[in-house]
Every structure is written in structure tokens, then in C-alpha cells.
Design a protein around this ligand. Structure first.
Ligand code: GLU
Length: 489
């Protein structure tokens, strides 16, 4: 690479497998992905799995599934940090040799005593640098039986400044941050690479990875702002040594947190926070993508746009500096839009999956029939779950509310319902036009108007007083079901 050529854009998302793909992580994944695609660059999936204790069963699979569902395709990965332990160890050793890292033999008890003394003096608690080498300094003798950690020798003075892609210029003084542990020995009893090389801490592994993976732009949540000065300093220390010669520091962009509709940080305790939970609640991936994109980014007044459009627009500008608020009503509106647009065959398959989850897969019948039902009901639905609620009346028993029965299935209408039932039973063909004819003949015979008869039929057959056009709805049912439900009149 010459000084004149810019490196190709490479972004990454680096979830920890401690649970499902969180909405906040999905949003930064989306921005990172769209930014890479916009620039014809690459997008990497990295799994930050060094916190073995907090890893949950199946989390990696869930993350991959959620990324696939959203259509966030990655060019490299998943790369697991636990498979790179030799590399972190190698870089740490090079840093020790270069004097930018050092071993520290403090025991947890010693560190606690250090902090206690600092608190007693009213000072900020921090590592006091007792094992940090310095010219002319005589270091303590390493105690027997203690396995040392490796600490980064943070520059003692000066400021770390970066021009945040979201928040603008940020500066943090070096004397605010202390010598971070970058590598720990593996817990007692560990084997393999962990025992041989130790386990890196988050801030160290991230830097080595971003450097090795030639990441140019990092978008992540702003809870990481305080980590960034360490990462920049560590990056520079490595880039100055053989391990990272010629490495270019990524640009960092920190997106504000997402607030729940109660104004508090979105959290598990207050509703769904995982992408897959929304999939399972009947949201379409294009709606999720569109909604997440707008939650913290704008393109003029545009509210509804697809993936290609977003990739065309997303150049990293217009990212919001202040927190966005999760708005379930808006998400439902966006989803309703995409449900209306969705093909009936696709909706039919989704409805069948949903009905199968309810244990009604067998009854749901063929996809072609479900597609006709989806076509009729989709305009009234915000989610696939709602659509399945509508469709299920076709083959699951309905329970009309007593109030609806009392209001609509009156003495005045009952004789007409009997006539209609007879007419329907005799129809040569069971289709919308024939059903409409039977209704018309019945109304004329009883001198009734459609608004008197139709709601009664709806309540009895569909279990609700409002539906799309009654002839079209009845045509979706089997004749047998309609006749037996009307018999209850
Ligand atoms: N594993 C970190 C997280 O899930 C990644 C942060 C980063 O993108 O650097 O928050």
C-alpha cells in the first residue's frame, strides 16, 4: 500500500456470546454492514468469547441465525477469539520486550489493600504502578507461587484524542486511566492453549483483532467510549513495534444507547431485547432492518426504505448523537407496511410456521389456501402472529363473545340466518360469487339489509363482528364449517 491509497473499508461486529443478539448490537451490526457495503468493502463477524464463564449455550448459533435472518451477510467469520490465544500471547510478549507492557505479580489481596489505602486517603482507586519498570527503579522480587498478569504501560501524560464518527472530537487525559491488565493466566485447571498462553482481556484482544483484521471503521455502542483511549494507546504501542508495523488505527464511532419506551435503558427486564424474539413475534426482517436503521440514523424524512436503498444512502453521516427511544407502535406500523407488501405465498409459509408453533400445523392445510387467506387478511395485520390469529378461525373453533351474540344475533335476524344456511347448503358451487348470491336472495326474502345480516354471520362463523367482505371470507372456509357454525343461531 502506498501513502496515497486508502485502505479498503473493513468493518466488523464483535458480539460476546453471552446471550442472544441484542437489538443495540443488531443496530451497530447493521450500520457496520451498510457502511462496508456502501463503500464496496468487507464486513467481518468476530465472536468475543474470552469470557468463558458468561458464555451461554447456543449463543453463537443464535447470533448467526439472527444475522442471517436480518440479511447481514459477512465476508469473514465467525472468527473466535478463543482460537487466537497464541496470537495475543505473542503480541503481549513483543510488548514486554519493547517495554510497553510488563508483568505484575500483585495478588488480589494486595490490590484490594492498595485500593483501600487510596480510598482512605480520599484518592481515586487505581493501580499504583508498583511493578511498572522505570529507569533506575528497583522492582520487587517476584513472589513464589503467584502467576503474574501482564499490564499495559499506559503513557503517563498527554491526552488521547479521536474524532468520533458519531460524537465528534473526544479527548481523555492519560492520567485519568491506569495500567490495564491485558493478559491473565488461565484459571487453575485449564488446559490447551488457555493454559499455555493465558486469556486476553477485552481491550487487548479487540485491539490485536482490529489490527490483524485490518478493520478501518468501528461502530459500536457508546458504553465503549471509556475503553477507546486504552484501545488507541495499546494500538499505537503495538503499531510502533514489530507486531503491528504499518497498522492503521481504525476510526471509531459510538452510537448512543437505545432507550425503552419508558425512557430507561432498553433491557431484558423490560420486554424483548433480542432480534429473534421479534422474529418469533411475527415481525418481518425487512421491517426490523428498516426500523433499526432509523433508530439512530436518518436520511431526510425517509421512513420506509429497503436494504439496497439503505446501502446506497449509508455513508456514515447523519448518525444521531442523542439516544433513540424504542417505539413499539412505530415498529408495528413499519411491520404492517411490509406485511402488506409481502407476497402471499411467503406470508402463507410464515403463518403455517406460526400455526405449527401453536400445535395447529396439521389443521392449517395447504399453502395455496393459506395464501388466499393471507391475501384477504394481511391489510388488517401488524404482525404475522396477528395474521395467524385471523387465519386460525378457518379451522379452529371460535368463541364469539356473549355481548357480540346479544348485539348481532337477534330475534329479528335469526330466521334469515336459517334461510341463509339452507341456501348455502344447496349452492352448486362454493365460491365467493355463489355465496354473495345466497346472501342477496336471503336479504330480499326477509326484507333485511346487509348491515343487519352480515355482522350476525361474522360473529357466528368468525367469532368477531368485523371482517373483510363476508362473501370473500366465507369462501375461505369449508362449507361444512360455515354450516355447522350457522347452526348455532
Ligand atoms: N464484545 C463487545 C460487546 O459485545 C464488542 C465491543 C466492540 O465492538 O469493540 O460489547
Amino acid at each position: 500500500m502506498t501513502a496515497m491509497t486508502k485502505p479498503a473499508v473493513r468493518t466488523r461486529i464483535a458480539p460476546s456470546p453471552t446471550g442472544f443478539l441484542h437489538l443495540g448490537t443488531a443496530r451497530t451490526a447493521l450500520y457496520s454492514w451498510a457502511f462496508a457495503r456502501h463503500h464496496g468493502g468487507q464486513f467481518v463477524l468476530r465472536i468475543e468469547d474470552t469470557d468463558v464463564e458468561r458464555e451461554t449455550e447456543g449463543a453463537v448459533q443464535q447470533i448467526i441465525e439472527a444475522m442471517q435472518w436480518l440479511g447481514l451477510d459477512y465476508d469473514e467469520g465467525p472468527i473466535h477469539q478463543m482460537q487466537r490465544l497464541a496470537r495475543y500471547h505473542e503480541v503481549a510478549e513483543q510488548m514486554i520486550a519493547a517495554g510497553t507492557a510488563y508483568r505484575c505479580w500483585c495478588t488480589p489481596a494486595e490490590l484490594e489493600a492498595m485500593r483501600e489505602a487510596q480510598r482512605a486517603r480520599g484518592e481515586k482507586t487505581r493501580y499504583d504502578g508498583r511493578w511498572r519498570p522505570a529507569p533506575g527503579k528497583v522492582l520487587p522480587v517476584p513472589p513464589a507461587g503467584v502467576r503474574p498478569v501482564v499490564r499495559f504501560a499506559n503513557p503517563p501524560s498527554g491526552v488521547v484524542t479521536w474524532n468520533d464518527l458519531v460524537k465528534g472530537p473526544i479527548s481523555i487525559a492519560n492520567d485519568e486511566i491506569d495500567d490495564l491488565v491485558i493478559l491473565r493466566p488461565a484459571p487453575e485447571g485449564a488446559s490447551g492453549d488457555a493454559a499455555a498462553f493465558g486469556i486476553p482481556t477485552y481491550n487487548f484482544a479487540v485491539v490485536v483483532d482490529d489490527m490483524d483484521m485490518r478493520i478501518t471503521h468501528v461502530y459500536r455502542g457508546d458504553e465503549h467510549i471509556n475503553n477507546t483511549p486504552w484501545q488507541i494507546n495499546i494500538f499505537r504501542a503495538i503499531a510502533g513495534a514489530s507486531a503491528g508495523a504499518n497498522a492503521v488505527l481504525p476510526q471509531y464511532g459510538h452510537c448512543p444507547i437505545i432507550l425503552g419506551d419508558d425512557g430507561l435503558k432498553l433491557s431484558k427486564r423490560r420486554g424483548a431485547v433480542s432480534v429473534t424474539a421479534y422474529r418469533d413475534s411475527g415481525y418481518l426482517p425487512e421491517a426490523m432492518l428498516n426500523y433499526l436503521a432509523r433508530l439512530g440514523w436518518s436520511h431526510g424524512d425517509d421512513e420506509l426504505f429497503g436494504r439496497e436503498q439503505m446501502v446506497q444512502w449509508f455513508d456514515g453521516s447523519h448518525l444521531a448523537k442523542s439516544p433513540a427511544q424504542w417505539d413499539p407502535a412505530k415498529l408495528a406500523w413499519v411491520n404492517a407496511h411490509y406485511i402488506k407488501q409481502a407476497g402471499d405465498a411467503r406470508l402463507a409459509a410464515l403463518v403455517r410456521d406460526e400455526l405449527a408453533r401453536r400445535g395447529h400445523g396439521e389443521a392449517a392445510g395447504d399453502l395455496e389456501h393459506l395464501a388466499r387467506a393471507a391475501a384477504l387478511f394481511k391489510d388488517r395485520c401488524s404482525t404475522v402472529v396477528e395474521l395467524a390469529d385471523w387465519v386460525s378461525m378457518l379451522f379452529m373453533p371460535v368463541r364469539p363473545a356473549a355481548a357480540d351474540l346479544a348485539t348481532h344475533v337477534t330475534e329479528a335476524v335469526r330466521p334469515a340466518l336459517h334461510t341463509l344456511r339452507e341456501r348455502l347448503a344447496e349452492l352448486p358451487a362454493w365460491d365467493k360469487a355463489s355465496i354473495a348470491d345466497a346472501m342477496k336472495v336471503t336479504l330480499a326474502a326477509h326484507k333485511l339489509k346487509m348491515p343487519q345480516l352480515a355482522p350476525a354471520v361474522r360473529v357466528l362463523v368468525c367469532g368477531r363482528a368485523q371482517t373483510p367482505s363476508i362473501d370473500a371470507v366465507l369462501a375461505l372456509f369449508s362449507r361444512h364449517t360455515v354450516l355447522s357454525r350457522l347452526a348455532a343461531a
